[in-house]
Design a protein around this ligand. Structure first.
Ligand code: HBI
Length: 102
């Protein structure tokens, strides 16, 4: 049996998001979001490919939508019904991957 991640309060989310550039809370839903913009489709899809490997490894998966060179991401922990440290960790990993030279 694996331990259920604890939901972060609104205050805890705000504190965590202060150190996560580009991320904000979703209005009307317990989730966080960021839209990444790349130079072209190839860079956007390369980002998604790298993130997919991290997501699968940690069994934590983004909701996302790619339109040309943008990737709109929403993160929530469905099992917990809100935002948890798992979302913050994946958001941080996505920021790091987006910064890598393509
Ligand atoms: N990804 N974002 C997210 N949230 C979850 O709750 C989640 C997931 N990936 C896999 C997963 N949960 C599994 O642990 C369960 O659905 C079994």
């Amino acid at each position: 049996e694996t331990k259920m991640a604890k939901r972060l309060s609104e205050e805890e989310q705000r504190t965590a998001l202060n150190e996560l550039s580009g991320w904000s809370r979703v209005a009307g839903r317990e989730a966080i979001t960021r839209t990444f913009t790349f130079r072209d489709f190839n860079e956007a899809f390369g980002f998604m490919t790298r993130v997919a490997l991290v997501a699968e490894k940690s069994d934590h998966h983004p909701e996302w939508r790619n339109v040309y060179k943008t990737v709109e991401v929403v993160l929530a922990t469905h099992d917990a019904g809100g935002v948890t440290e798992r979302d913050i960790k994946l958001a941080d990993a996505m920021n790091a991957i987006a910064k890598q030279p393509q």
